[in-house]
Ligand binder design. Structure first.
Ligand code: SAH
Length: 342
C-alpha cells in the first residue's frame, strides 16, 4: 500500500494518521516482516493489526555465497510455498540487487532456465519490494541499485511492477533513485510505449540477442508477435522521447548469433541510436545445449561493433559457482522436493 492507502485502511479501524505513518516506516524503511517487530506500537495494537492484515514478505530458504566474488544468491520462499530468486552483487559504486517479478515466466526464451515450467503467478509489489528489504537486513547493507532482471517478464506483470517502482522510489520508503533502477524486457512493444509515456528516468534494457527475425524467432517466441523492426522502432521512439540511453542485452551463443555477419547486421540495426550493447557469454543451462562463444569470437564481435561506433561492453560474469543466473537454483530446489513443474 502507498502511504495514503495505508492511512485510509487504518482509519477504518479508527487508527490515526500518525499510526499509519509509523507502520509505513516499519514496512518501507526498516523492512520488517512481522507486526511483532514494530516495537513503538503497543502489543494489543500489533495483535489487532496482524488479525486484519498480512505482511507478505520473502523468507530465506537458502543462501549461497560465491567464493570467487562474494555474490550472493537467495532462494526466497513466498507465503504460498512458491520460490523465487534474487542476486546481490557488490560493485565499486555499491550494492546492486537483481529481483524477480514473477514465479516462473511464460516468455519461453530457449536459453533461459526461468521459463522452463512456464509462469506460476505474478509477484505483488510487496513481494518485489521485500526481496530488497530482506537482502538489506540479512547482509546489513544498503542496496543502491536494482535491476528487474531476475525471474519473470516485468512487462507481463506491469501493474504490480509500476506500483513497485512508485513505492521503491518514494522518499519516505526506500528512496531509490529511478536512475539506479533498470527494467529488462524481452520486447513487449506496446508496453515499451506505455513506459515511454510515463517518462521515467530509469534505464530500459532490451533483451535483443539477435540482429534478425530468423535467429531471434528461433530463440525468443515473443519475436513472432513483435518482430525486430517493430522492436527497434519502439526503442528509437523511446530514446527520442525520453533522451535515456537504452541498453541492449545480447547473449553470445556459439554458432548461433555470434558470427561476424551478425555483428555487422547488429551494427546496422543500431546505427545512430543512443544505446549500449551488453554482451553476455550465455550461461549454460542443464536443459539446453547452448554453448558460450569462445574468447576469440567474443573479441572479434566487440571489435566489429566498435569499428561501427556502437557502444559495447562484455558483462562480467559473477556468481558462476553458485548458479546465480536466472532460474537455475529454483529449478534445482523444486526438483529436489520431488515437484516437477515441466
Ligand atoms: N524477462 C526479462 C528479464 C529477465 S531475464 C527479459 O527478458 O529481459 C534477464 C536477462 O538474462 C535477459 O536478457 C535474458 O535474456 C538473459 N538470460 C536468460 N537466460 C540466460 C542464459 N542462460 N544466459 C545468458 N543470459 C540469459
Amino acid at each position: 500500500m502507498t502511504k495514503d492507502e495505508l492511512r485510509l485502511a487504518l482509519s477504518e479501524i479508527n487508527l490515526p494518521k500518525f499510526r499509519a505513518d509509523q507502520v509505513f516506516s516499519w514496512l518501507h524503511q526498516k523492512g520488517v516482516s512481522s507486526f511483532d517487530e514494530m516495537t513503538n506500537i503497543s502489543k494489543d495494537l500489533r495483535q489487532a493489526l496482524s488479525k486484519k492484515f498480512e505482511i507478505r514478505s520473502c523468507a530465506i530458504e537458502t543462501k549461497r555465497v560465491s567464493k570467487e566474488d562474494g555474490t550472493i544468491k537467495y532462494l526466497f520462499r513466498l507465503f504460498d510455498g512458491e520460490y523465487i530468486e534474487s542476486v546481490l552483487m557488490k560493485y565499486k559504486y555499491g550494492y546492486s540487487l537483481c529481483v524477480s517479478t514473477q514465479v516462473g515466466c511464460r516468455m519461453g526464451c530457449k536459453f533461459c532456465a526461468s521459463t522452463l515450467g512456464g509462469v506460476i503467478r505474478d509477484l505483488s509489489a510487496s513481494e518485489i519490494l521485500s526481496q530488497i528489504h530482506v537482502a538489506q537486513n540479512d547482509e546489513n547493507v544498503r542496496v543502491s541499485h536494482v535491476v528487474l532482471m531476475g525471474m519473470g517478464e516485468p512487462f507481463d506483470n506491469f501493474e504490480n511492477v509500476k506500483r513497485f517502482l512508485f513505492l521503491a522510489n518514494s522518499e519516505d520508503a526506500l528512496g531509490l533513485s529511478m536512475r539506479n533502477i533498470s527494467l529488462s524486457t524481452c520486447g513487449i512493444v506496446p508496453k515499451i510505449y506505455e513506459l515511454m509515456d510515463m517518462n521515467l528516468q530509469l534505464t530500459l534494457s532490451v533483451s535483443l540477442h539477435a540482429p534478425n527475425d530468423k535467429i531471434r524467432s528461433a530463440l525468443m517466441p515473443i519475436n513472432k508477435k513483435y518482430n525486430v523492426s517493430e522492436l527497434i522502432k519502439a526503442c528509437r521512439d523511446y530514446v527520442n522521447k525520453t533522451s535515456r540511453r537504452i541498453s541492449f542485452e545480447y547473449s553470445m551463443i556459439s554458432g548461433v548469433n555470434d558470427s561476424d555477419e551478425c555483428a555487422e547486421e547488429l551494427s546496422k540495426l543500431l546505427k545512430g541510436m543512443l544505446c549500449h550493447v551488453n554482451l553476455i557469454p550465455v550461461n549454460n543451462v542443464r536443459e539446453n545445449n547452448f554453448v558460450k562463444s569462445n574468447d576469440k569470437q567474443l573479441k572479434k564481435f566487440v571489435s566489429i561493433l566498435e569499428k561501427n561506433s556502437v557502444n559495447v561492453t562484455v558483462r562480467r560474469t559473477l556468481g558462476k559457482d553458485i548458479e546465480a543466473s536466472c532460474g537455475q537454483l529454483r529449478k534445482k530446489h523444486i526438483a529436489s522436493e520431488g515437484r516437477d513443474e515441466s
